[in-house]
Design a protein around this ligand. Structure first.
Ligand SMILES: [Zn+2]
Length: 128
């Protein structure tokens, strides 16, 4: 027996995936129209994959932002906070200058990214 769940409307599935990725990767947060959300809730295939798609979009956005912050820190950008300890470097780049939420990055001494996440300046000060 084939237990793979099949999407009830492949056209909506395509739109749903595209909208999650587009808003998640480019606009800072996943935003999906009500029609597509309804499909995601009701479709046996899409409902099981919805969370994983959002996670993928979030990871992609955070990683892009993390690379950008390490690059800016390397150029001496004063809006990027930086500290070091235990052979690691920690960076915090605010979403906008002056805000206390942003992207947290942990790298090794060669600035290779070890970890990246969204968080606050307080989270940054706790990184170790
Ligand atoms: Zn579907």
């Amino acid at each position: 027996m084939n237990t793979k769940r099949v999407c009830v409307d492949p056209e909506l599935r395509k739109q749903l995936f595209t909208e999650i990725m587009h808003t998640g990767l480019n606009r800072g947060a996943v935003a999906v129209s009500p029609e597509l959300l309804q499909h995601a809730a009701r479709c046996p295939a899409c409902s099981t994959e919805f969370e994983a798609w959002i996670e993928k979009a979030d990871i992609g956005r955070i990683l892009t932002s993390a690379r950008e912050i390490v690059r800016r820190a390397g150029n001496g950008d004063p809006s990027v906070q930086r500290r070091e300890g235990n052979g690691r470097r920690f960076y915090f780049g605010p979403v906008r200058t002056g805000t206390s939420v942003g992207t947290l990055v942990t790298t090794d001494e060669d600035d290779q990214i070890i970890q990246a996440d969204e968080g606050s300046l307080e989270d940054f000060l706790r990184l170790q």
